[in-house]
Ligand binder design. Structure first.
Ligand SMILES: [Fe+2]
Ligand SMILES: [Fe+2]
Length: 235
């Protein structure tokens, strides 16, 4: 299954999901959580290691953008009028990646290579966002144009963040080969976590009847996620 086909199928699925306020609230709750999760502390740890004023500015801007993104998504979630609960840990992509990467996101950043690793990890998260957000934007466009506009605004930031990540990782990498190998490893790791998380999310949506499809549709999605290959978002 190539990525374009997956994006097309993804759009069909997300359109169905966001057709109801309950579905919109669920997705926006997850997006708000992902924007506010864990990364915040990582920026502070990176700042403790980075002296270069221009790079410090990037880190600070990146951090404040992500806080703003969380607020924007939370506001759109609240606008659905549906009350949501905290996202359960098994539906958090970041937690899954962190576990698969031996807790890399909790590690202190103690040297230059640590800064590189942290920023390559952030880079793969940005790559996933850039793959998913256009799909979400298209899905929301008809049913909730305000949220679609928020996604357009956030996407522009994420594109800039990707450049920050690339610049900082390159500056702190011991050499290009180490950077390339680490990035490839993180992309693989994230892709596997993404598939597992998608599956868990689907189970949750069906169990709680948040997804408004019939039994046949559910079975189709169930099979599709079962055969979904773990392809990195940047492939
Ligand atoms: Fe963001
Ligand atoms: Fe970002």
């Amino acid at each position: 299954m190539d990525l374009e086909l997956r994006d097309k199928l993804g759009l069909r699925f997300v359109k169905r999901l966001v057709a109801t306020p309950k579905g919109r609230a669920h997705l926006l709750n997850q997006l708000a959580d992902a924007e506010s999760n864990g990364e915040a502390d990582l920026f502070n740890r990176a700042l403790a290691q980075v002296d270069d004023p221009s790079l410090r500015k990037m880190i600070e801007k990146h951090q404040s953008d992500e806080i703003r993104h969380a607020e924007l998504f939370s506001a759109r979630r609240d606008a659905t009028g549906v009350r949501t609960r905290a996202v359960p840990p098994h539906l958090k992509l970041l937690d899954r990646i962190n576990a698969a990467a031996d807790g890399i996101l909790d590690e202190p950043i103690a040297d230059r290579a640590g800064v590189m690793r942290a920023y390559l990890m952030l880079q793969v998260l940005e790559e996933r966002a850039m793959r998913q957000f256009p799909v979400f934007e298209a899905a929301f466009r008809e049913v909730d144009p305000e949220t679609a506009d928020v996604l357009v605004e956030i996407m522009a930031d994420e594109e800039r963040h990707l450049k920050y990540c690339q610049a900082i990782a390159k500056r702190y990498a011991p050499d290009q080969a180490t950077l390339d190998a680490t990035l490839a490893k993180y992309r693989e790791l994230e892709a596997r976590a993404f598939v597992a998380n998608s599956r868990a999310n689907l189970e949750w949506l069906f169990e709680r009847e948040i997804f408004a499809g019939n039994g046949v549709e559910k079975a189709v999605w169930w099979v599709l996620t079962a055969v979904m290959p773990a392809t990195p978002a940047a492939a």
